[in-house]
Design a protein around this ligand. Structure first.
Ligand code: DAH
Length: 344
């Protein structure tokens, strides 16, 4: 027994030398001092000895067990200490943390929300009208009969479906003006509407997209005059583009307004000098004018009592003309290249 214990302790010390982790140490502890370990077996064996011998052997076994447990506790402390020290070494207090990428709304959504907020204090309420609509609302109701050449300007996509007797074919709305008569037919006067929808036209280049958004303003009330239109557009331009930008009204001819204007703003890229994007220093934002009596009539409104103004501009183009955006090709907005989108 004596010999066995000595041998056991020296074997234990050899085992300790091979330890490099807390897991190794736990395995050694179980081997020697565990419930089913070597020392437990020794205690089992001495049961058959005489009382005297048992006392003597038991004492020795307990001493060996104590020695083993002390060594294990010692080593446990130093291994645990080493582990936390190395974890500390790896923590660099001055190293910048990892930034979690935060997404944001698409710039067109941001622009739409901003436009809505600017018009809100004037009483304009955002409404929605169909983006696939009858030809009648997109043209006839707006004083553009089926055979009128002005229709060509709207490079329209027609939907391949059976036409309606009164309303004609279905179209992908080429402008948001289809919402004007739809709004009038709700029969709730006065009107202060801001319709914002997706539109489609058969054209695409640096300043045109096949799919784009327009915002359409319409005010119908008693005594609405051209000064209200000018004031409203001026107020919007100052709030959206900033006080340094200029707007101009150019006479134009739209079938659904009389008089009609084209609204231009000095280009944000060259500030009026003329560049590849704007050519002339001015960029057309969209049209505006006083609602034509025939349009009011189509909407069931008596043009002798009520008058109105309207305007319809492209959201993308309007956004591009904001100072500082420096976007020189409208198509960037819908290519969904994150390298572009993340800049805004
Ligand atoms: N709908 C026209 C377009 O897309 C723009 C426009 C012109 C809208 C004059 C209007 C308006 O409301 O009064 O080209």
């Amino acid at each position: 027994m004596d010999m066995d214990l000595k041998e056991l302790l020296s074997q234990f010390k050899d085992d300790l030398k091979k330890i490099s982790s807390l897991e190794d140490l736990e395995a050694v502890r179980l081997k020697y001092a565990g419930k089913k370990g070597v020392l437990a077996k020794f205690l089992e064996e001495i049961k058959t000895l005489s009382v005297e011998e048992k006392k003597e052997a038991g004492k020795k076994i307990n001493e060996a067990k104590q020695e083993i447990q002390e060594k294990i506790a010692e080593l446990q402390n130093s291994l645990a200490g080493a582990k936390s020290a190395s974890a500390q070494d790896r923590f660099y207090k001055t190293l910048p943390g990892k930034k979690i990428a935060a997404g944001h709304l698409h710039i067109i959504t941001q622009a739409i929300r901003e436009i809505v907020e600017i018009f809100k204090p004037l009483g304009f309420v955002r409404v929605r009208h169909p983006e696939i609509d009858w030809e009648w609302f997109a043209f006839e109701a707006l004083n553009i009969p089926a055979t009128h050449p002005a229709r060509d300007e709207w490079e329209t996509f027609f939907v391949d479906s059976p036409p309606d007797e009164k309303y004609g074919r279905l179209v992908i709305t080429p402008h948001t003006s289809n919402g004007q008569v739809r709004e009038m037919l709700k029969n709730e006067l006065p009107i202060r509407m801001l319709g914002i929808s997706r539109c489609g036209r058969r054209q695409e280049d640096v300043s045109h997209l096949q799919t784009f958004f327009q915002f359409e303003g319409l005010a119908v009330d008693k005594g609405i005059s051209i000064t209200h239109l000018k004031g409203t557009l001026d107020y919007f331009a100052k709030n959206f583009f900033g006080p340094g930008r200029e707007i101009r009204l150019r006479p134009h001819d739209f079938r659904f307004t009389e008089p009609s204007f084209e609204v231009d703003i000095n280009c944000s890229l060259c500030l009026g000098k003329g560049c590849n994007f704007c050519k002339s220093g001015w960029v057309e934002l969209g049209g505006a004018g006083m609602v034509h009596p025939n349009v009011l009539k189509a909407g069931g409104i008596d043009s002798k009592i009520y008058t109105g103004f309207a305007f319809g501009w492209g959201v993308e183009r309007t956004y591009m003309m904001k100072s500082g955006t420096q976007i020189d090709d409208i198509r960037h907005l819908f290519n969904n290249d994150l390298r572009f989108l993340e800049q805004f």
